[in-house]
Design a protein. Structure first.
Length: 255
C-alpha cells in the first residue's frame, strides 16, 4: 500500500474579529477532515490560539478517525499563492474575505452514523444569512421528531464552518450549543447576514441603518464599530430585536 502524505492545514483570520478559521485537510484529494475556530485566550497571540486548536482537532481525529490521525500533520501551513491552485486554502481565504459561499464546493469527510451523515449534508444546504432551527434540520433529514438527534449531529460536527452547524438556532431564534462559544456563533452569523444583504443595502454610516433596496421589512443596524448587527422583520420579531419598517424599508419604530 502506498504511504499517504501528511495532513496539511490552512488558516484565515476573520477581519475585524479575534477569530481565525483553521482547516485540516488531506492534500492528495483536497478533502477537509477537521476544522474549527481559533479564539485567543487572554492576551495570547493568534498563533498560540491556532496551535491549541490544531492540537484539539488532531485529538478529535485520534478519537473519531484514528486512521486519518495516524497520517500526522505537516507543521507548515498552506497559504494562498498567486498562480497556484490550492482549493482548500483559497476557499477559506475567500470565505474570510466575505465570499460566504466559497466553502460550498469543498469536499468533506467525517465518521458518523447514517443520520448524522444526512444531517451534515443538509447543514451544507442551509443558505448563509438564513439560519434554520433544530426542528427544521430534523425535517430536512426526513425525521421531524428527531430534534435532539439533529442537535447531536451539530454538536458532533468535526468540520465546523465548512459544515455550517453555526447556522442552526433555537425555535425562538436564540443561539445555543456551539463548541467554540455562543459569541463566536453570533459573529459568524452576523458576518454572513451582512455579506448576503450588503449587495442590496444602502449604508447610512456607522451606527446607522443598512436597508434592503426594494425589500420592505428587512433591516440591519450596524453598531458603532460596524460589527454588531440587528436584523428584523416588518412588524414582527427580529432575530435580535423588534422593528417596524414601512414599504420602502425605512425605519418607523424600534422596540
Amino acid at each position: 500500500m502506498d504511504l499517504l502524505p501528511e495532513l496539511r492545514w490552512t488558516a484565515a483570520a476573520l477581519p475585524a474579529t479575534e477569530l481565525t478559521l483553521v482547516t485540516v485537510f488531506s492534500p492528495e484529494d483536497q478533502t477537509v477532515r477537521a476544522s474549527g475556530v481559533a479564539v485567543p485566550e487572554d492576551s495570547e497571540p493568534p498563533a498560540a490560539a491556532i496551535g491549541r486548536l490544531l492540537e484539539t482537532l488532531m485529538d478529535r481525529l485520534v478519537a473519531l478517525d484514528p486512521e486519518t490521525a495516524d497520517r500526522e500533520m505537516n507543521p507548515r501551513p498552506v497559504e494562498p499563492r498567486p498562480g497556484a491552485s490550492q482549493p482548500v486554502a483559497d476557499a477559506l481565504a475567500a470565505y474570510a474575505a466575505g465570499d460566504v459561499a466559497a466553502l460550498d464546493a469543498l469536499d468533506v469527510t467525517q465518521p458518523g452514523t447514517a443520520f448524522r451523515q444526512r444531517a451534515w449534508r443538509e447543514l451544507r444546504g442551509i443558505a448563509p444569512g438564513s439560519p434554520a432551527t433544530y426542528g427544521g434540520l430534523a425535517e430536512r433529514c426526513g425525521a421531524p421528531r428527531a430534534v435532539r438527534a439533529a442537535g447531536g449531529a451539530c454538536a458532533a460536527n468535526l468540520v465546523a464552518v465548512v459544515v455550517p452547524c453555526h447556522r442552526v438556532v433555537r425555535l425562538d431564534g436564540a443561539l445555543s450549543g456551539y463548541r467554540w462559544g455562543i459569541e463566536r456563533k453570533r459573529t459568524l452569523l452576523d458576518r454572513e447576514a451582512m455579506a448576503v444583504m450588503v449587495g442590496g443595502m444602502t449604508v447610512l454610516g456607522a451606527g446607522g441603518l443598512m436597508r434592503a433596496a426594494g425589500a420592505a421589512g428587512l433591516l440591519l443596524r450596524a453598531g458603532a464599530d460596524g460589527r454588531e448587527v440587528v436584523r428584523g422583520d416588518a412588524g414582527g420579531a427580529g432575530r435580535y430585536g423588534h422593528v417596524v419598517v414601512d414599504d420602502d424599508g425605512a425605519l418607523q419604530a424600534e422596540v
